[in-house]
Design a protein around this ligand. Structure first.
Ligand SMILES: [Zn+2]
Length: 495
């Protein structure tokens, strides 16, 4: 279709220069689009995007659809607490009433997102983390396939190839059974042996849960599956656990996450979540890293991506920030870190940056989230420090529903804040897949995007189609298959 339109333009206007656009003219289009946000949105919305690697599904749901659900499920809105509840009470109104009661409507919409002017009332950080106390009740009884469908469909519409989603990977009942009578954790080996016999039951429940949820989401999206490589947007899951919990709970949930990762290729990694500055997150950090170190060695060295350095002096002592990122990498074995905002406060910063560069530790950058939670934006953000030191970065949403953002908007923000060129954006896009936890070999030689594997030397030519050797490689390597799809999406976008 696009080619036909271009040919038509050629015939009508005789404009040979625009008849065969390429990377250079696409880069020029971006430069022109920089004059206004709507033009940037228009450009970046359809530009292929590799991946969102840092996306909490609970925080990705838009309040608008929570309200639709609450109305359908007949929940009741409590005007005093601003939370939904199942049963009516003295201060409640039926959810359906919020369609005419603007005060209650706004109270709800503001309680579950960063919309409105809450920083004027209390800190963005506090309002952000408080939203989860309202999001839970608003989704009480909701099918988890609803939120996954919402997130995947939204990303499909923005030409995003791949998502690693932090979301539940086992039913709550299976997790409770696994955690029952948690063993003491003063002896890791002893605790591990007590937990080991529970792995199989947990894995079976997890598999059933994911099979069912994936099938339902695929059905709603009209696809065969969502966790393969068929596209347009494939997903994998990241098991996340609460970093605020007591030490015994932390150890047990980390063991549960790794047990599932070992057995199910849809669950590609583990993360630790909740405010990193909170008192227990700070006090228990060293224990948590030791626990992860032990379990990681004991359980097949799984992929880990860990929130680290989502801190500023306003919410954290300097002392905490002196080694938070380094320890997360060295002891916590994180292959990627989330946020990394406090990096400049780290001891031996050149040494840390060298370590990250040498090991290829990527940073999941979440610009909107950092701006609203930490007040870190523009030249307060360490993005240049990372880029100038050759640290691989990619752009992510964190909590797109709470932040009222999406992946396109993150690219818009990056371009408006830092003036990135098209070549820079393509690097960020490609990093999303190269540093993903998709298994298999990649498309590029030594992570250099200018050097393609010989079987794919022509992959960026419009006329390319895979030969037998290329097909074999794509069948055997999920990462490579999706990287090829991304390169072809660039060809379509640029031509
Ligand atoms: Zn996060």
């Amino acid at each position: 279709m696009r080619i036909l339109r271009i040919v038509a333009a050629f015939v009508v206007f005789g404009a040979f220069a625009t008849a065969f656009p390429d990377e250079a003219s696409t880069a020029a289009r971006l430069e022109k689009a920089k004059r206004s946000e709507p033009e940037l949105i228009a450009f970046l919305k359809s530009m292929p995007k590799g991946a969102d690697l840092h996306n909490h599904v609970t925080g990705a749901i838009y309040s608008d659809y929570m309200l639709d659900y609450a109305i359908g499920a007949g929940l009741h809105f409590n005007r005093k607490t601003n939370a939904f509840q199942k049963e009516p009470a003295e201060d409640t109104v039926p959810a359906a009433k919020l369609t005419e009661d603007w005060t209650a409507y706004r109270a709800f919409m503001y309680s579950v997102s960063m919309a409105g002017s809450f920083p004027a009332v209390k800190s963005g950080h506090d309002h952000f983390f408080d939203t989860f106390g309202f999001i839970g009740p608003a989704n009480n009884g909701r099918n988890p396939a609803d939120s996954l469908t919402e997130v995947i469909a939204r990303n499909q519409a923005q030409n995003v190839q791949y998502l690693e989603l932090m979301t539940s990977v086992a039913p709550g009942s299976a997790m409770s059974a696994f955690m029952k009578d948690a063993p003491p954790v003063d002896d890791f080996e002893f605790a591990f042996r007590l937990l080991e016999p529970r792995f199989e039951a947990l894995r079976a429940e997890s598999r059933r849960y994911l099979d069912q949820r994936d099938a339902e989401v695929a059905r709603r999206l009209g696809r065969k599956s969502v966790s393969g490589v068929e596209g347009p947007t494939d997903v994998r899951y990241v098991a996340s656990l609460n970093r605020l919990g007591a030490n015994a709970e932390f150890f047990v949930t980390a063991a549960a996450a790794m047990a599932i990762i070992q057995a199910d290729k849809r669950v590609v990694a583990m993360n630790i979540v909740a405010p990193e500055d909170f008192v227990t997150a700070r006090q228990n950090f060293d224990f948590q890293m030791r626990a992860i170190d032990f379990l990681w060695r004991r359980m097949g060295r799984p992929n880990l991506t860990l929130h680290a350095g989502e801190l500023t002096l306003e919410i954290s002592p300097y002392e905490t920030m002196r080694d938070r990122i380094r320890k997360t990498i060295e002891l916590g074995h994180a292959k990627r870190i989330g946020h990394g905002v406090s990096v400049a406060w780290e001891d031996d910063l050149p040494g840390l940056l060298k370590l990250m560069r040498d090991q290829g530790v990527a940073v999941e950058i979440c610009l909107t989230s950092n701006a609203s939670i930490l007040k870190v934006e523009g030249d307060r953000h360490p993005i240049h420090l990372y880029l100038d030191n050759g640290i691989p970065l990619n752009l992510n949403t964190d909590d797109e529903g709470v932040s009222r953002s999406n992946l396109t908007q993150e690219y818009v923000r990056a371009v408006r804040s830092y003036g990135f060129s098209y070549a820079r954006l393509k690097d960020l896009v490609r990093n999303g897949l190269e540093y993903s936890f998709l298994p298999g070999e990649g498309l590029y030689v030594a992570r250099d995007y200018r050097r393609l594997r010989p079987e794919f030397a022509e992959v960026r030519k419009p006329s390319w189609s895979p030969g037998a050797a290329a097909k074999r490689l794509m069948d055997a390597n999920e990462k490579l298959a999706i990287q090829v799809r991304l390169e072809r999406a660039f060809v379509a976008f640029e031509n």
